[in-house]
Design a protein around this ligand. Structure first.
Ligand SMILES: *Cc1c(COP(=O)(O)O)cnc(C)c1O
Length: 376
């Protein structure tokens, strides 16, 4: 069976975990956490990076730091993972869903402005498949109406928009290091921001509402409960695994790109014949080969293709059930305008196996099998 995903394992992970154990500090914010943050600050040109226990938690932190309150409205696509919305629902916000563009599957930037109301406080672009949303337009709308921008860059680590790293363009950026993402620590994520003014509250929020971070830096002589907080810092064991992955970033992304390009070249014939559609990457975007998907005619064809692939030992998957059609989406959100593409495109999309340790022989086999499918 060719799996859909296996977590990357590149080499030094176990050495670093062993080193973390020998250092005698397993809780958060030790040596490896600092190394990961520093590495990302430098590579992505961002002032503050805080490792978190997940992207979901980074989004929760961002929603809190952006001061989202009950009754506020937050604009985002419906075609996304539940956490994008949940983090804001937790603060009592109403979710306003906007349709996607069929070419990138990202929120359609041209539909955002008409979804803005006097209650709107934030826009949450999701960079689907590591392909950037149209950030210039989004930042202009945010400036015009005084809105915060929180980038769900869970899939966008080491991807760029006009040379700027995803997650560093808005007020906050949120990364995921879940094992299904390009770089992993099992479960984990990061919160990114440029502005100094968020730093104190972010540290307190992440450290159970205490000024423990200041205490460790010797800036206060005892640590106390100073504000609302939770526990968002991952252990050193996870950070050690991640640091090995970040160091091997070129190797991991090189391999993913090789797989992506092989799929793209060798399925182009089917696209030319109009049987499938392939991903589109706008000129302003440098993607990170987070996923490879194809789109088929409709949900029926997709179901038959998944079955056909499974019978030949290939695991393929789809996502997402649009949030506005789900029970919680109906309770906490509304769709602004018409759902022209969200449901239709989500039902046609199929993701193919993509992971660092995937054998190129397997990729070749997947392509051959798909090219022989006669049900398109
Ligand atoms: C994976 C993912 C998340 C959640 O990431 P976790 O680290 O598992 O919390 C959120 N948003 C998007 C778009 C994702 O792909």
């Amino acid at each position: 069976m060719i799996d859909f995903n296996r977590p990357a394992f590149v080499g030094k992970e176990l050495d670093y975990i062993k080193d973390a154990v020998q250092r005698g500090m397993l809780c958060g914010d030790g040596e490896y956490t600092k190394k990961c943050s520093a590495w990302m600050q430098e590579r992505f040109c961002v002032n503050h990076v805080m490792l978190t226990t997940s992207c979901t938690h980074a989004l929760e932190m961002a929603a809190y730091l952006a001061d989202i309150r009950p009754g506020d409205e937050v604009i985002m696509p419906s075609y996304t993972f539940v956490s994008t919305a949940d983090a804001f629902v937790l603060r009592g916000a109403k979710i306003v869903f906007v349709d996607i563009r069929p070419d990138t599957m990202n929120m359609d930037e041209k539909l955002i402005e008409q979804a803005v109301t006097p209650k709107t406080r934030a826009i949450v672009p999701v960079h689907y498949a590591g392909v950037a949303c149209e950030m210039d337009t989004i930042m202009d709308i945010a400036d015009k109406y005084g809105l915060k921008v929180i980038e769900d860059a869970a899939q966008g680590v080491d991807a760029f928009y006009k040379g700027r790293a995803l997650g560093t363009i808005g007020d906050f950026g949120c990364y995921s290091f879940h094992e299904t993402k390009n770089y992993t620590m099992g479960e984990g994520g990061a919160l990114l921001f440029q502005e100094e003014k968020y730093l104190d509250r972010a540290e307190v929020l992440r450290e159970k509402g205490t000024d423990r971070s200041k205490f460790f830096r010797g800036q206060v002589d005892k640590y106390r409960w100073v504000d609302y907080g939770s526990s968002y810092l991952p252990s050193e064991l996870n950070a050690a695994y991640l640091f090995a992955q970040l160091e091997a970033c070129e190797e991991i992304s090189g391999k993913r790109m090789e797989i992506y390009n092989y799929y793209h070249r060798n399925l182009a014939g089917l696209a030319r014949e109009g049987r499938i559609e392939q991903p589109f990457v706008p000129g302003a975007c440098t993607h990170n080969a987070h996923m490879y998907y194809i789109k088929v005619r409709d949900v029926g064809v997709r179901g038959r293709l998944i079955q056909y692939l499974r019978e030949r030992g290939i695991c393929s998957v789809f996502h997402y059930v649009p949030l506005h059609t789900a029970p919680a989406g109906q309770k906490f959100g509304r769709f602004a305008g018409e759902d022209v593409y969200t449901t239709r495109e989500s039902e046609r999309l199929l993701r193919l196996p993509m992971f660092y340790n995937l054998d190129m022989e397997d990729v070749k086999q997947i392509v051959d099998v798909i090219n022989k499918f006669d049900g398109f």
